[in-house]
Design a protein around this ligand. Structure first.
Ligand SMILES: *Cc1c(COP(=O)(O)O)cnc(C)c1O
Length: 390
């Protein structure tokens, strides 16, 4: 046993690292050779032109990151000072901060304990309650977390009934589908991220997609300092320097070419974990909504401390000792001091998901031996430290 441990303890299995296996170097070299390294150059438009049809949107506008994409999306639907926006409390903070940038107030909605995404019943009740008192939200952000499509039908229906614009935060769920269509294409605007840990990366980057030509044009305008054509530096509103660079877009074009392979790899990893864990008491996976299919971006479980004999914190520590990187899910945003004053609906589900949620290594290209090592290490966590004589 000690020999086994010492042999393998040098191993380190990261949670979710980029996979660089295509034309990245070739396209980057093209940028260097042509001197197009910044905001001008053919790869930005090419990336947009190839991304839009991949997800089935008419238009795509590249941004410097996913948070910037959400910021611009909120501007596009008119969110401003004093406006309220419904959003999941159980998400990464990049979904929420842009509301604050614009002087708006997030209204935090609890998660559904089956899917971990927005609880549609809470959203429907909250919108109807607000309609009665004349305080409809200015927008709804539907986040698809961890690769899981949200329960879109009831959410889109209530939003349409009261004409509330829908922004989809699909930063984590490129490739996830709902009723045969990619998420990010159901709302007025969809937002993606190409941060280093996402399904595909540009180093850092994001994308806005829409089917509305006016929104697409305005998105491009706002992300380029709202500068008017001509040489005289005329600007007709306060914009942002949010464009992606040609270097990043070149990387993105190469990653997009491999995306189907990335998604296959993610699915295989998830299926294999599911097979290993489904008979084990105390490890719970989120359910996929009817009509949905996950992109399996992140493989996360709830660790029931009673059944497993250790909590997710202890499990992460034990895995760390084996060179396995595991990570808790997010502190619900409503529980962060900085957003404590904001209205919220429910919250207990998100808090439990946080208390028990743990993500396991699931990088594209994770090999079988490493995945088997993760699985054995998780099994060995049962009973906790006591069981291991530690
Ligand atoms: C990553 C992420 C973002 C922000 O994307 P960045 O590119 O990191 O700015 C927004 N929302 C969610 C849910 C994310 O996971």
């Amino acid at each position: 046993m000690s020999e086994h441990l010492s042999l393998t303890s040098k191993r380190f299995i990261p949670l979710c690292e980029p996979f660089i296996g295509g034309n990245e170097e070739r396209y980057l070299r093209e940028c260097l050779e042509t001197n197009f390294v910044s905001s001008v150059g053919p790869f930005v438009e090419r990336f947009e032109r190839e991304f839009a049809p991949f997800v089935g949107a008419k238009y795509a506008v590249a941004t410097c990151n996913g948070t910037a994409a959400i910021h611009v999306a909120l501007r596009l639907v008119g969110v401003g000072v004093g406006d309220e926006v419904l959003v999941s409390t159980f998400t990464f903070i990049g979904s929420v901060n842009p509301i604050h940038y614009l002087g708006g107030t997030p209204v935090f909605i609890d998660a559904d304990e089956r899917t971990w995404n927005l609880d549609p019943h809470l959203v429907v009740d909250e919108v109807r309650r607000r309609a009665r008192i004349g305080k409809l939200p200015k927008a709804v952000i539907i986040v698809h977390i961890l690769g899981q499509p949200a329960d879109l039908a009831p959410l889109l229906e209530i939003a349409a009934e009261y004409q509330i614009p829908v922004i989809e935060d699909a930063a984590e769920s490129l490739g996830a589908q709902y009723k045969g269509r990619y998420v990010g294409t159901f709302g007025q605007i969809g937002c993606f991220s190409f941060n280093g840990n996402k399904v595909m990366t540009t180093g850092g980057g994001g994308m806005i997609v829409t089917n509305d030509v006016n929104l697409a044009q305005r998105a491009k305008h706002l992300t380029t300092q709202a500068r008017l054509p001509g040489l005289e530096y005329q600007h007709d509103e306060v914009g942002y320097n949010y464009r992606l660079t040609n270097l990043q877009a070149a990387f993105g074009v190469a990653q997009l070419e491999q995306l189907p392979h990335f998604l296959d790899s993610k699915r295989r990893t998830a299926v294999w974990y599911d097979k290993a864990f489904h008979t084990m008491e105390g490890l719970v996976r989120p359910e996929v909504v009817p009509g949905g299919s996950s992109s399996h971006w992140m493989y996360s479980v709830l660790v029931d401390p009673v059944k497993v004999g250790c909590d997710r914190h202890e499990m992460a520590q034990l895995l760390q000792e084996r060179g396995v990187h595991a990570r808790p899910l997010w502190t619900p945003i409503h529980a962060l001091q900085l957003y404590q004053e904001c209205p919220r609906v429910g919250g207990a589900v998100a808090e439990r998901l946080f208390a028990q949620g743990l993500s396991l290594p699931c990088s594209v290209g994770l090999n079988e031996a490493d995945q088997q090592w993760v699985i054995e290490s998780v099994v060995d966590c049962y009973g906790g430290k006591k069981n291991r004589g530690l």
